[in-house]
Design a protein around this ligand. Structure first.
Ligand code: GLA
Length: 438
């Protein structure tokens, strides 16, 4: 009997264990169960969210389908995308200006082929290297003259009956540092010992002479117009001469040396220019004037002043640009416009029209280009070349300067190489009137 009671007790206990086991829900109890349930518990929520998101996406898709459906039935057909092309049925700039002055454009070697080269051939009869003839491109290491890109431009010009202006023998930018290192590869500008400073000066002038002579001898029969020095005046610097390493090491002797050697190497027929920006500003203009006068008095062979003319639709005045040329003409100097472009923005403006440049802005640009070229035509006795810093808005340094901008368009042809209102301002202003009345 006791045995059977014990057995019963054991059975009852076993039953109790089974019931507890069943109530706990399975063999893996404890934390495992809880973890699993937490983990699983998130899933439904996730999938609910997912559903909701998908639902939204569906809704969005639905509505965009609806929108598309609306867009697919526009009242007027959408305009086809504009394809780049060279318009053959418009006048050639160089022909329109044939009786006045050559029309130039700054170019890169890659622009000697393809559609843009056709645009250049149609409209310009002068080119200048945007970068390929700067000191860092031509002599990156001492004695290592690299001609490939410069030659390419020279050949392109010759093949197409274009003149070339060399830009530039001397500049404080895009000049390799080796020019300014002493025999021990130390910066010459840091030297304080007067004797060593003098030796450094002679070394730098010798390097300059080699640079100028080598280049001018190579191209003197192909290139008639030369930017000898670029941007050597800076009104904010002491004495108004840019405080570059050139100036710190040689004073203004580098300017004299560059012109003298260019003349020696190139002979009397090449034309030698001092080039700068902001030459319409009275202060800067007068410093350049004084510098050039002093040089001429010393017999330094300077033929003319290059006016870069990076301007904007807001300024400077056309009158100030012409006045400056008149002042240099008093010294018997020629004037050339070397880097013309017309930004849509004033200097301090950091905005961007983006893809949609307003028509009235392009029209304002056209009117200013018109006024400028009218003034140029009236002054051909003192002005002998007008070169733009590029040919179409597809390739212009101003999309990256002074800030990155999509909506910059400083030239006469748009990004698809098509004539802008600015082109018509220069070629046939009556077309601007037609455009305004449209
Ligand atoms: C100056 C130089 C040019 C060119 C422009 C900006 O004007 O003379 O060679 O570098 O800056 O691109």
């Amino acid at each position: 009997m006791q045995k059977s009671n014990k057995l019963r007790l054991v059975l009852i206990m076993m039953l109790a264990v089974v019931m507890i086991f069943a109530a706990c829900g399975g063999p893996s109890n404890g934390n495992d169960v809880n973890d699993a349930s937490v983990a699983q518990g998130n899933n439904p929520e996730q999938s609910e969210n997912q559903d909701a998101a998908e639902g939204n996406a569906d809704a969005a898709e639905d509505s965009s389908e609806q929108e598309q459906a609306v867009q697919e039935e526009p009242e007027e057909p959408a305009e086809p995308p504009v394809e780049p092309s060279v318009e053959q049925d418009i006048p050639s700039l160089k022909d329109v200006y044939a009786d006045y002055f050559p029309i130039g454009a700054a170019i890169e070697p890659h622009q000697t082929t393809g559609l843009v080269s056709e645009l250049l051939k149609k409209h310009v009869n002068m080119i200048v290297a945007e970068n390929s003839m700067k000191p860092s491109s031509i002599q990156p290491q001492e004695g290592n003259f690299v001609w490939t890109n410069a030659d390419k431009l020279v050949n392109f010009a010759k093949e197409n009956g274009m003149q070339i202006r060399f830009h530039t023998l001397v500049w404080h930018n895009q000049v390799p540092n080796w020019f300014f290192l002493d025999e021990d590869r130390k910066p010459m500008v840091d030297e304080t010992d007067p004797e060593k400073r003098e030796a450094n000066k002679q070394l730098l002038l010798q390097r300059l002479e080699t640079h100028v002579r080598t280049i001018v001898e190579r191209y003197k029969d192909d290139i008639k117009y030369w930017d000898v020095v670029n941007e050597v005046v800076e009104p904010g610097d002491p004495g108004g001469i840019r405080n570059s390493p050139w100036y710190q090491i040689t004073g203004t002797e580098f300017i004299e040396t560059a012109f003298r050697v260019a003349r020696e190497a190139g002979g009397p027929d090449i034309k030698l220019y001092i080039n700068d920006y902001g030459t319409d500003g009275v202060r800067k203009r007068d410093i350049i004037y004084d510098l050039v006068k002093e040089m001429l008095d010393k017999g330094v062979p300077i033929d003319g002043v290059g006016h870069q003319t990076h301007i904007s639709i807001h300024g400077p005045t056309v009158a100030s640009i012409i006045d400056s040329m008149k002042k240099f003409a008093e010294l018997g100097l020629d004037n050339i416009v070397t880097e013309l472009d017309m930004s849509l923005y004033s200097w301090n403006d950091r905005s961007d029209f983006g893809d949609k440049i307003p028509d009235h802005i392009l029209m304002k640009q056209a009117e200013r280009y018109q006024q400028l070229f009218e003034a140029f035509k009236e002054n051909t006795d003192i002005l002998s070349e007008v070169t733009l810093w590029g040919i179409s808005d597809k390739h212009t340094w101003l999309t990256g300067f002074p800030i990155q901008r999509v909506g910059e368009a400083p030239l006469l042809f748009d990004k698809n190489f098509h004539a802008k209102p600015a082109y018509w301002g220069v070629v046939d202003p009556s077309k601007l009137e037609d455009m305004k009345n449209q």
